[in-house]
Design a protein around this ligand. Sequence first.
Ligand code: 4AD
Ligand code: MG
Length: 465
Amino acid sequence: MPRTLVKDALNATAPHDAILLQGWVRTRRDAKAFSFIELNDGSCLKGLQVIVDASLPDYAHITKANTGASVEVHGKLVESKGGGQKWEIVAEKFTVLGEADATYPLQKKGHTLEFLREIAHLRPRSNLFGAVFRVRSRLAYAVHQFFQERSFHYVHTPIITASDAEGAGNMFRVTTLDLAKLPKTEQGEIDSAQDFFGKKTFLTVSGQLEGEIFATALSNIYTFGPTFRAENSHTSRHAAEFWMIEPEMAFCDLQGDMNLAEAFVKYLIRDAKEHCAADLEFFSKFVDKELLARLDFVLEKPFVRCSYTEAVEILTKCGKTWEHPVAWGANLQAEHERYLTEEHFKCPVTVYNYPRAIKAFYMRVTDGCAPDRQTVAAMDLLVPGIGEIIGGSQREERLDLLKEGMALHHLDEKAYWWYLDLRRYGSVPHAGFGLGFERMLMFVTGVANIRDVIPFARTPGTAEF
Ligand code: 4AD
Ligand code: MG
């Protein structure tokens, strides 16, 4: 007999005479003549109530069906007489497949998120993490749907790379050299020519540069994969391994880029509301009471757009004292970003046209800006509660200005020869952005820590599981 998922059983439109369910016991309650079991199989938030009559031949096994045990039930799907659920199962055959004793850590009581992080191998069986990872799965699907519907091609950019896409240097080294016996050159430096790839290699920080190669051939592309940053940031929004979605569009400018970013974020929220309604309701009850209202609000209004120069003006004139001083030319810090989106505009804000010196080498120099106030066509999308969830820009398509940007950032042109070639042969205006998938999930679920929206968090000092 094929298995029925709890989700499908709960959505049944008619009773059923013969049904097979498999899952894990959440709770068991024994009465004189029967036991109630709440069975959950992760297909949805809710469990299904199973009634096991004491007259069943296997009833003696019921004492083994403790919280956490895996069970299999053959029985009938009948209309429930009790309140709270439409359907329940009357068991005809009941089997405990895998026992769980009283040491099972997820007994029916509230646990702290910190504790659940320590048992990341079991936390997907909790209500909260079941919901988080169902939303994560659904939104990964929606990412593809959004781009495929718009004729963007999915490109698989490499995870091991020799180039630093952000030019910021915080990359994880990949090597097969014997660390206890490193080969040295005559100058006494590590001889990377003897390494696996014959040169220094790293885990990628972004697929953008390779994405640009494909955008200048297939027009509209996107990447969606893991990225790695060796930043020693101990915050609730930084992970050393996270997933990023990076669209790249040829024949597109910063306006088009900001439009796509806004449409994309709204699409994902709408999709989650439509396909993960029960899970979102759970978050709004137990994680963040304002979640649903905030998501609706974000969907309804156009995002505010504000230039970096205007943002600096707002921040200097608002009368607040900042931990990090605000001045034209300095990077916006989390406190500034959160003030703009949470207190000043009270909605998502796209800040654009940043000072050239604080942004990546590949960003396009804004035409007509004063030499001492050079800006680049960069944009960051900031949302309440999190701050930056998207970073993007129009790319510098002019060879001479790109070379100038590289020199400004002390990058070696030789290492980027193929990237420069894109400007030598059929160069076009193009733009793109990166959405941090985990940050988007934090926004959609209200979950406040990035460690709780990724199955196995990689942060400084932690790589268990
Ligand atoms: O702003 P970032 O560094 O931009 C880039 O990597 C560009 N190459 C993107 C592009 O234009 N194609 O990163 C983009 C987004 C951030 O806005 C943030 O959401 C996320 O990636 N992100 C992180 N998420 C979790 N942990 C980290 N350490 C992150 N660093 C960036
Ligand atoms: Mg950024």
